[in-house]
Design a binder for this molecule. Structure first.
Ligand code: NAP
Length: 249
């Protein structure tokens, strides 16, 4: 029970990686805020599952790219649980678009959710953590934000995830020594986000990966648990790559 008594907000927790993180945190004793924007059914089922296992969960609908909705999400969290110890900025969208094919709408949507959403959630939660004199922020970036070569074609997404890494490092400086701010850079993980990859593309990725497989959401949850726990107290401003070796630097 490495997160006993902690309160954690996980954005985009109805599906995929966010769901695995929220579930893992709840199983480690955290009270979990399950944020979703569209996947109400999936988010509710996770909350039910957590409650069935004796945990506590609060369901909050909010679009992380909207400041007012983020504010309301954090207000509801404090109203219910009294504090926020851990923030996981996981909500993200991937709209496949190379530079020449990309549109302003694709750019705005990608940057708004992945980067501005992360900024807004940090902005709302950081003052609470500073008051509490402790906090852990974990941002879900991507290996492609670290210039992983095969993903560089997807311009808005690459820029957004590189931005998340820059934001992580800047916040580590701005919010130290009180708050630890780290990022996780997943390689390809088996979720809805990559369901559109062709079998040929998946085979190529597996071939390029030293551990010879695609990752599982639970494997990102394990890294998030480490960064949320006391075991990572002397780590900040880092990017932990979880990619089977494909994103090694
Ligand atoms: P996913 O299955 O497509 O899930 C995306 C999640 O983001 C959903 O829970 C979705 O919630 C949420 N979301 C999207 N827009 C939102 C918004 N405006 N406000 C709040 N939540 C929003 O993808 P995933 O693979 O789990 O991705 C999770 C994170 O990992 C993302 O940041 C992604 O970029 C990153 N990542 C994934 C991979 C991969 O290979 N899968 C690799 C590297 C990085 P709703 O359904 O409720 O809208």
């Amino acid at each position: 029970m490495r997160l006993q008594g902690k309160v954690a907000i996980v954005t985009g927790a109805g599906r995929g990686i966010g769901r695995a993180i929220a579930w893992r945190f709840a199983n480690e004793g955290a009270k979990v805020v399950i944020n979703y924007s569209r996947s109400e059914r999936e988010a509710s089922s996770l909350a039910e599952e957590i409650k069935k296992h004796g945990g506590e969960a609060l369901l909050v609908k909010a679009d992380v790219s909207k400041a007012e909705e983020v504010k309301e999400m954090v207000r509801k969290t404090v109203e219910r649980f009294g504090k926020v110890d851990i923030l996981v900025n996981n909500a993200g969208v991937l709209i496949p678009a190379g530079f020449l094919d990309s549109t302003e709408d694709m750019w705005d949507k990608t940057l708004d959710v992945n980067l501005k959403g992360t900024y807004l959630c940090c902005k709302e939660v950081a003052p609470l953590m500073l008051n509490q004199k402790r906090g852990k922020i974990i941002n879900i970036a991507s290996v492609c934000g670290l210039a992983q070569r095969t993903a560089l074609g997807n311009t808005p997404y690459v820029v957004a995830k590189a931005g998340v890494i820059g934001l992580t490092r800047s916040l580590a400086v701005n919010l130290g020594p009180t708050i630890n701010v780290n990022a996780i850079a997943p390689g390809v993980i088996d979720t809805d986000m990559v369901a559109f990859f062709t079998p040929e593309r998946k085979n190529m990725i597996v071939e390029e990966t030293p551990l010879k497989r695609i990752g599982r959401p639970e494997e990102i949850a394990s890294a998030a648990l480490f960064l949320a726990s006391d075991e990572s107290d002397y780590i900040t401003g880092e990017v932990l790559t979880v990619s089977g070796g494909r994103g090694m630097r």
